[in-house]
Design a protein around this ligand. Structure first.
Ligand SMILES: NC(=O)c1ccc[n+]([C@@H]2O[C@H](COP(=O)([O-])OP(=O)(O)OC[C@H]3O[C@@H](n4cnc5c(N)ncnc54)[C@H](O)[C@@H]3O)[C@@H](O)[C@H]2O)c1
Ligand SMILES: CC(C)[C@H](C(=O)O)[C@@H](O)C(=O)O
Ligand SMILES: [Mg+2]
Length: 357
């Protein structure tokens, strides 16, 4: 099969990790007889430098013309003082919105080889951790109005959270469908004791649950969910939530599976197109030193194969290669432990590509 992949490397560690994702995709293409064409365009801070804005029209066109997009990470101190309308992170939100990517899948699965890297007690870890967070990605407080005004002689900042029923229903359906294919437990995370958005969310979750009698629906307040994630993560199968709660809880779940460098994501809409990126940021503190863990990006490439290209065998091969390399003892600094072999980002990426075949 021929596929076109637009590559947005982004900033700081972005180019380092994305190159390893590309190596994995090329290895999968070679082994299974596909042709993947990569088109690299500027995005985020790199696009501010070259074009003055983080999501230029040309980048948007390159995304729209592709079958899928591989993204590194954007932002960092170099662009922290640019006007908020052209921040690299604003470009990321513009891209998600322009491409209609409302459904964000963030799987957190503990690789048994990394049990030691989980900060929870062994008896908690032994019960297994395999959570799919389904995060709403194009609505809520990220996309409401953001204003700072002067009232009574002082500045007042306001950010609006708004959700319409159709936005809530379509992401809840992604959650129900995902749970149906897994262990059939859907935890709907909200703050219905305070927020109207959450009250509407909870009401819609119960209305839709009639269409999914095979899926158990559990309501959970977000503060409790944050606590339960570290008390007993094995209770969660699929967790569905709004944009900001999902951002926070997915970083929390990344640490209980060992490192934020391990976590992939897929940002999807109703057709097969998707944007694939690790959930972490541009990690300026380790950029340019070959220290980043590329596994979150490589597993994002596996999600691309599975969700956008319908290539389950190929995705399995990439995931199996990650397991094999972890079994071999190779570790980047963030998941290093005694007796293991320390690798840089490039060595880890090359080993995984070689293991794909
Ligand atoms: N999707 C994105 O592009 C995205 C996501 C989150 C943050 N950001 C941006 O990234 C910048 C830095 O944000 P931050 O420092 O809060 O979060 P971060 O995720 O970049 O880093 C947090 C910590 O995790 C470590 N880390 C992250 N990825 C790693 C990897 N692959 N391997 C090993 N260690 C890794 C970093 O070294 C750092 O100590 C900010 O400008 C932020 O807005 C971008
Ligand atoms: C950089 C930022 C806008 C982004 C988000 O909050 O969605 C990031 O934290 C993520 O998790 O992808
Ligand atoms: Mg985040």
């Amino acid at each position: 099969m021929n596929k076109r992949i637009t590559v947005l490397s982004g900033d700081y560690i972005g180019p380092e990790i994305v190159e390893q994702g590309i190596l994995a995709l090329e290895a999968a293409a070679r082994r299974f007889g596909h042709r993947f064409e990569f088109c690299r365009v500027d995005f985020g801070g790199a696009a501010i430098d070259s074009a003055g804005v983080p999501f230029p029209e040309e980048t948007r066109k390159a995304c729209e013309e592709a079958d899928a997009v591989l993204l590194g990470s954007v932002g960092g101190p170099k662009w922290d003082s640019v006007p908020k309308e052209i921040r690299p992170e604003k470009g990321l939100l513009q891209m998600r919105s322009a491409l209609g990517l409302f459904g964000n899948l963030r799987p957190a699965k503990l690789h048994p080889q990394l049990a030691f890297a989980c900060p929870l007690r062994p008896e908690i870890v032994e019960k297994g951790i395999d959570i799919m967070t389904v995060r709403e990605l194009t609505g809520g407080i990220y996309f409401g109005s953001h204003e700072t005004s002067v009232q009574n002689g002082e500045r007042v900042a306001a950010d609006l959270m708004a959700y319409s029923e159709h936005e809530i229903d379509r992401i809840l359906r992604v959650g129900f469908e995902a749970a149906r294919k897994r262990r059939k437990r859907l935890t709907s995370v909200e703050k219905s004791n305070v927020l109207d958005c959450s009250r509407l969310w909870k009401e819609r979750a119960h209305a839709l649950s009639a269409e999914y009698p095979d899926v158990e629906l559990i309501d959970m307040l977000v503060d409790n969910a944050a606590m339960q994630l570290v008390r007993d993560p094995s209770q969660f199968d699929v967790l569905v939530t709004e944009n900001m709660f999902g951002d926070i809880l997915s970083d929390e779940s990344s640490m209980i599976v060992g490192s934020i460098g391990m976590m992939p994501s897929a940002s999807l809409r109703d057709d097969s197109f998707g944007v694939y990126e690790p959930i972490h940021g541009s990690a300026p503190d380790i950029a340019g030193r070959d220290l980043a863990n590329p596994i979150g990006t490589i597993l994002s490439a596996a999600m691309m194969l599975r969700y956008s290209f319908g290539m389950a065998r190929e995705a399995d091969a990439v995931e199996a290669a990650v397991d094999a390399v972890l079994d071999s003892g190779l570790r980047t600094a963030d998941i290093m432990s005694a007796g293991m072999k320390r690798a840089g980002c490039r060595e880890m990426g090359a080993a995984i590509a070689a293991a794909i075949g």
